[in-house]
Write a protein that binds this ligand. Sequence first.
Ligand SMILES: [Mg+2]
Length: 290
Amino acid sequence: MSMRKSAESGRWSLLSGAVVLSLLAGPALAADPVPQNDLLNAELWMQNSVEYKANALAVYALAKIRLDQALAEKSWTAATEQTGAYQELPPAVILDLDETAMDNSAYQTGLVATGTDFSPKTWDAWVRAEKATAVPGAVEFTQYADSKGVKVFYVTNRSADQEEPTRRNAQALGFPMGGNVDTFLMSKEKQEWGSAKSARRAYIAKDYRIVLLFGDNFNDFTDAANGGEAERAKAYEAAKEHFGRDWMMLANPGYGSFESAPYGHNFKLSADEKRAKKIGALAPWTAPAQ
Ligand SMILES: [Mg+2]
């Protein structure tokens, strides 16, 4: 038998083996399909990928450069809520917590693994477990800001009764804790603080010059993000010059106002109804029929 012939027959016997195996495996696979989950790729990216980590590091590396610029330029402010004679106020930065400073991908991948949806109950258990990790670059950046005399505030929609476990989790990760100032501004900590964050930025802006904002969600920067797709597109056009300058956006394909805008933020809809609205919001190109 020639070398060539022998290699070919080897290939054929491998192939026929594969065919036999797939025939044997076929019915078993069909009976036990791997469950589909709309979060899978997003959360695989958030929890496992180098691409996500590199992206976060790049945002915080740019932020360090921007912070130095902002400190040198007294008229610099990131907050549309900042008014009056703010130039001489002490500087502050504001970070959202979840998926901006703190990484909750273990909670999110838990939803994928168990085939469950987000619920306030399981989320609360996660918060109280104090298992969030740090988003790459966030601890280093906030410690740098703190070392420059910049007050680091956390404006989060975790609730007021979750403040203590949240603080312990953040402190264990190495985030600056604010000294004698309450730098953790939770949703409903004051009656007028709803989930929209503008009121809390205005509160900080009374005593500080807010030089940078950080978020993973458009609504960490402007309340206009809570509208529908068209309002968000308009708000984006109006805000463009902020991004990469004084507004720092972290990536989060897992959840956020981007995901709920197509279905009008109506969380009562079923998963199928939400998915249909989201598919309907796309602008696809399809190949012409052959
Ligand atoms: Mg967030």
